[in-house]
Design a protein around this ligand. Structure first.
Ligand SMILES: Nc1ncnc2c1ncn2[C@@H]1O[C@H](COP(=O)(O)OP(=O)(O)OP(=O)(O)O)[C@@H](O)[C@H]1O
Length: 709
């Protein structure tokens, strides 16, 4: 039960006893006293809320929770003492109805058990179902569970009876009823309270289970969606932000929303139950009570919308802070070498501070809403008490029934207040969920992969009038109208000044991007017609900055296909002259490479990544500055074994992008690229004959040791 309601319960129990004791004779004074106590309660709740919300949504979430928990317990203990105090004064009895009720309560855990079994069996949860229904999401359309809500409703049922028996108990004391009646009331009081608490525990267990499952599913789906996106998506979306969505926003979604939906169902069940009981007790009083209800719901709607917008902003800002932290940690060597730690810290803190300021608005809004709801409830209570007192005096309703009604009215007020808060929280979570759903629903821009998987791939390559504009730079053409052909088994090179478009050609062959215009053909078929996995088995690439995984050297070499025997792994390492240095490491092939291969030298990383590429025996090998970190001796050895003096049994087309022109002189064909255009092509000797040619000039400059930029 919510803390503020517990306080009201305690205060009200005492006031009602006084009220009845006074036989409503001086109702005016009692009303004034009641109003005073409730206003006091509202102020306590108001300030409690401001502090709690403010701490809760900001920096140190867990510490704050731990800090406030004992206070919550104090309220609960006071409520327990109050209930014990009431019990002390009471007498009771028992009949068939209570037996039936006990049977119903005992059957509840069975339902719960069956429910969990069903969730496990069908691999979805009621919360997911409701979530996707509520937010009309396009995901998990297969989620169907129509009957779970009913079971959930049963779990909330006992709480509906709590006010009835509390009211009866209190009136037993006040009106000094017969012992048997008293006994009955007490048994029912104990049963409903016990059952309510017992099932409450089950509910919480089930919901935490559902939250975990929901969170796992959301994260997996989001991660899956990320992995399907084209490379251009990652150029335009910072990794920190994507990770923040994956880690933080999905958590907010699953916990806040799942919890609130759970409460929402409970509140709805209790609302209906309480309303029925109230109507049964007195229709007139019920109508008098409900006059203020629509106002509460309208305010909830307005503030809910504001919360959604604020929450969106808070999530964006925290994603930004996450991005800063992630970037700084990844580039810590650069940050350290510039001594820029404090500036990075300031950037991080400033972003968090901005979200803190937004949180303040959110906290004030929550408090104001709570205040309004409480005041509306107070007005409803005053109207009801005054009118109720009149009805009792005119003998339209009995004293005990009025008592029960008063407690129902308070419960209803609490439920309405809960509903308004639940709505607000749901809207906040909806704000957090927008970008998650945007990503979940995003369809990759790249053409879907084809299905062809020819038994033999020859390795003929053709660029037919290819142009590319990178998504991150839509106003610049990276390469334009490029056409060339490479025959199977040839070793070719791209040369040209830095930024001319060499890596772009290699990226296109890896299908990181699809050409904006023109076609790329392999063995006469367009590259996108090939099956994704097949294509990447046949085309291997070693990039400019080889990235290794934080796994062993062996696992890195066998990445994505780990059924190689030891001899094959060693052969691949020997081919790139890496076996020697790997053997010298204490753990040999089992040595961990560190994050992004940080435990190895630049040259060692390059050799391991070339071994990773060639172990798959690719038909097309793409090397983008892949040997730039090696010493000339090692570089020549590797180049000889990979392409210049390779085993002719293995037909392989090799494409190299290189700055050190001496390393590509022996190539079958050299393509000279300048500012995104293919300017010259031919063998080294042919190109050297072109007077004032770019290649000629590049070679001349390199021989004279002049920077080619
Ligand atoms: N992911 C990207 N998004 C936007 N623009 C890019 C991207 N990658 C490269 N570019 C731009 O495209 C142009 C060609 O770049 P590319 O990497 O192909 O050059 P390069 O010839 O390989 O250079 P280098 O020899 O320095 O590696 C450059 O102007 C570069 O700034």
């Amino acid at each position: 039960m919510e803390i503020t309601r517990r306080i009201y319960f305690i205060v009200l129990g005492l006031i009602l006893t006084m009220l009845i004791d006074l036989y409503l004779s001086s109702s005016k004074n009692v009303l004034i006293f009641l109003a005073f106590i409730r206003i006091l309660g509202i102020f306590i709740a108001f300030f409690y809320r401001i502090i709690y919300d403010n701490y809760d949504k900001n920096i140190d979430y867990n510490t704050t929770k731990t800090f406030w928990s004992p206070f919550k317990n104090i309220f609960v203990i006071i409520a327990a003492i109050e209930q014990a105090f009431i019990m002390y004064y009471i007498k009771f009895s028992y009949d068939l109805q209570s037996i039936l009720y006990i049977i119903e309560q005992v059957s509840m855990p069975l339902f719960v058990y069956l429910w969990i079994r069903r969730i496990e069996k069908e691999d979805f949860s009621v919360l997911q179902y409701i979530w996707f229904e509520v937010f009309d999401s396009t995901n998990d359309r297969d989620l169907q569970s129509k009957r779970k809500d009913e079971l959930l409703a049963q779990l909330y049922a006992p709480e509906v009876f709590v006010p009835l028996y509390t009211g009866r108990l209190l009136s037993s004391v006040a009106f000094k009823e017969a012992w048997s009646q008293f006994q009955y009331n007490l048994i029912m009081f104990i049963v409903v309270n016990f059952a309510g608490g017992f099932l409450g525990g089950f509910r919480m267990g089930i919901f935490s289970l559902c939250i975990s499952r929901l969170s796992i599913r959301l994260r997996t789906k989001l991660f899956q969606s990320y992995l399907q996106q084209e490379i251009g998506f990652f150029d335009t979306h910072e990794s920190g932000k994507l990770l923040s969505r994956l880690n933080h926003d999905t958590q907010v979604m699953s916990s806040t929303v799942a919890n609130n939906i759970a409460q929402c169902i409970g509140a709805f069940v209790r609302f209906i139950g309480t309303l029925i009981m109230m109507i049964k007790l007195s229709l007139h009083l019920t109508i008098a009570c409900l006059i203020g209800a629509p106002l509460i719901l309208i305010v909830a709607k307005i503030s809910g919308n504001a919360h959604r917008r604020i929450s969106e902003k808070v999530q964006d800002l925290s994603a930004e802070a996450f991005e800063i932290a992630e970037e700084t940690i990844q580039t810590i060597r650069t940050v350290r070498s510039f001594g820029n730690e404090n500036e990075e810290l300031k950037r991080f803190e400033n972003t968090l501070q901005q979200s803190y300021q937004v949180s303040w608005i959110q906290a004030i809004l929550t408090s104001a809403q709570k205040w309004f709801v409480e005041l509306a409830q107070l007005c409803m209570s005053i109207v009801m008490l005054a009118y109720g007192a009149k009805l009792v005096r005119d003998n339209y309703i009995t004293g005990p029934d009025l008592l029960a009604f008063i407690i129902y009215e308070l419960t209803l007020g609490g439920i309405l207040s809960d509903i308004s808060q639940i709505y607000t929280s749901l809207m906040s979570a909806a704000g957090a969920s927008y970008s998650v759903f945007d990503y979940l629903d995003r369809k990759p821009m790249q053409k879907p992969s084809g299905i062809i998987q020819p038994h033999e791939l020859q390795g003929d390559i053709e660029f037919d009038n290819v142009s590319l504009v990178y998504p991150a730079r839509p106003d610049e053409i990276a390469i334009q109208n490029m056409s060339f052909k490479i025959k199977s088994g040839q070793t070719c090179a791209f040369v040209g000044p830095s930024g001319s478009g060499k890596s772009t050609c290699i990226n296109l062959l890896e299908r990181f991007y699809d050409p904006t215009h023109g076609k790329i053909l392999i063995d006469g078929r367009e590259i996108h017609e090939y099956d994704h996995k097949y294509l990447h088995k046949k085309i291997a690439m070693v990039g400019q900055e080889p990235i290794l995984f934080n796994r062993s050297i062996q696992e890195n070499i066998t990445y994505a296909k780990d059924n190689y025997d030891e001899t094959t792994i060693i052969q691949a390492a020997q081919q790139v002259n890496a076996h020697g240095f790997i053997n010298e490491l204490i753990n040999g092939y089992n040595t961990k490479c560190g994050q992004r291969g940080g435990h190895l030298s630049g040259g060692q990383k390059q050799r391991v990544s070339i071994a990773r590429a060639i172990i798959r025996k690719p038909t097309i090998l793409l090397l983008d500055e892949a040997t730039s970190a090696l010493d000339p001796v090692n570089e020549r050895l590797i180049q000889d074994s990979l392409f210049y003096k390779r085993d002719s049994q293995e037909p392989r087309t090799v494409l190299i992008s290189a700055h050190r022109l001496s390393t590509i002189e022996r190539c079958d064909k050299i393509f000279v690229i300048h500012k995104g255009h293919l300017i010259e092509q031919g063998t080294h000797d042919e190109l050297m004959t072109i007077e004032n040619g770019i290649y000629h000039e590049l070679v001349r400059r390199q021989r004279m040791n002049i920077d080619d930029d």
